[in-house]
Design a protein around this ligand. Structure first.
Ligand code: CMC
Length: 430
């Protein structure tokens, strides 16, 4: 028998019953959709601390166990045995593709990598020191103006073309933003290269000399992208869903997701971690820095630590930390002072009661910047790399939402605390 909760207003004695909804994994959820009708009240949950904003079949996180599943598959298995494009296809379609399906998908992504030349001219309007995330968000938004054939979100073929196009073009858009900041000529995508090798080439090749793609670097990037591909209803994904729930052009919704990802509490943390490590400078300064983090009057946070859902190790952080050893070694860079500093900082923080009592562990971004740096990717591009990977998740969630027959506009309510109704007062009487 399905469970029910009873909610009673102790002042009036009025009560209502709430249905309990059970998912396939994770805690049950109280269905409060009839609450306002039955009891005349809203619920209050700033930051969605205890609110499931949607039903979803894509990704599951067990925050206490430190587990992350994409369509049921543990992320560690995918990181070890799959590749980013296959993971993207898995997220979007819900199943591991056959070899033929995978080849068709990979081929379609490869054939959509070029940017319209008119779109490329947009970059000329940006100052050379514009943040790449601002450029990427703006150029993705302007794709809504270019691709009018994506406006019928009810058409499965249009949705598919949109999905392939945005996953294919995000690297090209990102590389163009990077080349713009350097003042170097834009490098066109190469269809003979795999997804991440092509990114390395577009970022680092120049027309005046040959560029050899390091397979270790391309492989490391692919692994990072798998780890970043989706993370259920995080802020940027929820932003894509909220924007998309109005029926807006999907490129516009993705652009909103890029903007949301940029913040330091979310995807911008990878850049902030390296800034923080620079600021700390050496192991000798860790204690002083942590004292500032613990001081409530000094709004400093240990960046790359803590997570709304994980109250245990972020499984992605564990994989990336291991990857740091391997990649730095393979690239012949040794552990490097920054990695050594991060390891020591983690070790000290994990023994400190402030972090232990609040269940604050390293998250995915604590070590990702160290790898990006080792690959030669500049700091301002770290969050852009995250955006390229997360596009797969955004597309999967957008598609899940718009194909749901029960889709409705996302429209939260509020607890109003402003002034009561009052009359306008002309200037001379104020
Ligand atoms: N450094 C110091 N204190 C922290 C930190 C931190 N990084 N994170 C949380 N706390 C403290 C916070 O001050 C609060 O303490 P108290 O109970 O005494 O007031 C307690 O821990 C709970 O924190 P919260 O801010 O209520 O937690 P939240 O779930 O709202 O925030 C978070 C989650 C990720 C925004 C936060 O942990 C944070 O700001 N971390 C640093 C930024 C970061 O690394 N972000 C990347 C997240 S993972 C990548 C992604 O998915 O985007």
């Amino acid at each position: 028998m399905s469970q029910k909760f009873e909610l009673k207003n102790l002042a009036t004695g009025k009560s209502t019953q709430l249905d309990v909804m059970s998912g396939s994994l994770g805690p049950d959820v109280l269905n409060i959709s009839q609450l306002t009708k039955d009891m005349g009240v809203f619920t209050f949950d700033p930051g969605f601390m205890a609110t499931a904003s949607t039903e979803s079949r894509i990704t599951f996180i067990d925050g206490d166990a430190g587990e992350l599943l994409y369509r049921g598959y543990p992320v560690a298995q995918l990181a070890e045995r799959s590749n980013f494009l296959e993971v993207a296809q898995l997220l979007i379609t819900g199943k591991l593709p056959t070899k033929a399906e995978y080849d068709a998908f990979a081929n379609s992504i490869t054939r959509h990598t070029m940017l319209n030349e008119h779109l490329l001219r947009f970059y000329q309007g940006f100052h050379h020191d514009a943040h790449p995330m601002a450029m990427v968000s703006a150029v993705v938004a302007s794709m809504a103006a270019f691709y009018r054939d994506a406006t019928d979100i009810g058409d499965p073929r249009q949705r598919e073309i949109f999905a392939h196009r945005i996953i294919a073009k995000l690297p090209t858009i990102a590389a163009a933003a990077y080349k713009h900041t350097l003042g170097q000529p834009f490098v066109y995508p190469r269809n003979d290269l795999r997804y991440c090798a092509n990114i390395m080439n577009m970022f680092f090749a120049v027309p005046c000399e040959p560029y050899a793609i390091d397979p270790v670097a391309a492989e490391a990037l692919d692994l990072l992208f798998i780890l970043h591909a989706d993370h259920e209803q995080n802020a940027s994904t929820s932003t894509v869903r909220l924007a998309g729930s109005t029926g807006t052009n999907p490129y516009a919704a993705i652009s909103a997701g890029v903007a949301s990802l940029w913040g330091p509490a979310h995807g911008g943390a990878n850049e902030a971690v390296i800034d923080m490590l620079d600021e700390i400078g050496s192991v000798a300064n860790i204690d002083k820095f942590l004292a500032r983090v613990k001081d409530k009057n000094d709004h400093v946070r240990l960046m790359g630590f803590g997570h709304r859902v994980y109250k245990n190790f972020d499984p992605r952080a564990k994989i990336i930390r291991e990857m740091c050893y391997r990649v730095l070694d393979k690239l012949g860079k040794g552990n490097g002072p920054m990695f050594e500093l991060a390891l020591k900082l983690e070790e000290i923080a994990l023994k400190d009661d402030y972090f232990v009592s609040r269940k604050l562990y390293p998250n995915v971004d604590f070590y990702s910047g160290i790898i990006y740096s080792a690959l030669g990717i500049p700091r301002s591009m770290f969050t852009v790399m995250f955006a390229i990977a997360r596009t797969a998740g955004w597309v999967a969630h957008w598609q899940e939402m718009v194909t749901d027959p029960h889709m409705r506009i996302g429209r939260p309510r509020q607890l109003y605390t402003g002034p009561g109704k009052r009359d306008y007062v002309p200037f001379e009487q104020r």
